[in-house]
Write a protein that binds this ligand. Structure first.
Ligand SMILES: Cc1cc2nc3c(=O)[nH]c(=O)nc-3n(C[C@H](O)[C@H](O)[C@H](O)COP(=O)(O)OP(=O)(O)OC[C@H]3O[C@@H](n4cnc5c(N)ncnc54)[C@H](O)[C@@H]3O)c2cc1C
Length: 304
């Protein structure tokens, strides 16, 4: 049951931060409430004050200024349907379409997802691969942090109590050679793999070589992680010959994760799944480089 609380509805980020600063530990930001209200109903969190951030116009914007800016209160559903996001970062729109279920997507926000720092976040994994940065606003001003610095661990971020997450910024990936594959049998994903390949000479050129490779693995460790050693194995490889190295790259990623036994499976099982799904994600990304959308059907998995 929900205990009584006071709901504040500021109209600007500055007003919201001033409230957070004044009320201290008694107040928390409140967006879609899909996580927060659940914790409150279970009695795991009892904040006397909620600062509703959904009326703050600047937090609800999607803007294109070189980098794509996604405001913190943009919902998964808006991200999925935005013509701007579909044109500039189709993979982001496609991943948003596969978050949770339509009820959660309709009210759950990007900011709430990242600020909550649940290790089973699809967006944190994808955004890490795309070198995203978050913007934080406080009574003291604004600061930008890389997503890797922002997410510190399970349910832990670098956000100070009087700060609001204003949004996330990312540079659209210049190649079609990217994929996100998620796998799981529970409500939240057991595993998420984001792969993005940058090719010299661009997509569709026979013999184009990989000059930049990003692999991020999420859900199996305390926070999403880039697999730098695995990425290095891809550099210089012709995109037509990715199949020759996927085994080694998958094994390298599996060696680089830090899984724990839990209800999603044992640590050994998760490592094995990382190897399998890195291989699969890489094959999809490489096929997309050549303009081919491969037919995929992996049980309990979604390819975005
Ligand atoms: C059934 C279910 C299935 C799910 N499946 C998936 C999935 O498949 N993939 C996935 O990635 N996620 C999944 N999620 C997580 C979902 O994406 C998040 O619940 C949602 O995005 C959180 O957003 P919200 O606006 O509801 O956050 P809220 O519940 O309002 O807030 C969450 C936390 O973030 C803080 N907060 C919110 N906004 C801000 C802000 N602007 N600045 C600072 N702090 C803020 C709040 O204080 C709170 O601590 C699932 C959730 C549920 C309930």
């Amino acid at each position: 049951m929900l205990r009584p609380f006071t709901l504040h509805r500021p109209e600007t980020a500055e007003e919201a931060c001033a409230l957070l600063a004044r009320l201290g530990e008694d107040a928390v930001p409140y967006a879609g409430g899909t996580e927060l209200l659940l914790l409150m109903k279970l009695g795991l969190l009892r904040p006397p004050h909620l600062v509703d951030v959904k009326r703050i116009r600047e937090l609800n914007e999607l803007a294109d200024g070189g980098r794509l800016t996604i405001g913190a209160t943009v919902t998964h559903r808006s991200l999925e349907r935005s013509p701007l996001v579909r044109a500039r970062c189709p993979l982001v729109a496609s991943v948003a379409r596969h978050v949770a279920n339509v009820r959660v997507r309709n009210v759950g926000t990007i900011g709430g997802n990242l600020a909550f720092a649940d290790p089973h976040s699809d967006l944190a994994t994808l955004f890490l691969a795309l070198d995203a940065h978050v913007e934080l606003v406080s009574p003291g001003g604004r600061r930008e942090l890389s997503l890797g610095d922002f997410v510190r661990g399970p349910w832990e971020t670098a956000r100070r109590p009087d700060e609001l997450l204003a949004g996330v910024r990312l540079a659209p990936w210049p190649s079609r050679a990217a994929a996100y594959v998620k796998f799981g049998v529970h409500e939240r994903p057991t595993l998420g793999i984001a792969v993005a390949l940058g090719l010299n000479g661009g997509d569709g050129r026979a013999g184009a070589r990989i000059q930049d490779a990003r692999i991020a693995v999420g859900c199996v460790g305390p926070r999403p992680a880039r697999m730098f050693t695995a990425e290095a194995r891809l550099r210089g490889v012709s995109v037509d010959r990715v199949d020759d190295v996927v085994g080694a790259v998958g094994d390298s990623a599996a060696a680089g994760v830090d899984p724990a036994d839990d209800l999603h499976g044992s640590a050994d099982y998760k490592r094995e799944m990382v190897a399998v799904f890195v291989r699969r994600a890489l094959r999809v990304a490489a096929a997309r480089a050549g303009g081919v959308e491969p037919a995929t059907s992996f049980p309990y998995a979604v390819v975005a």
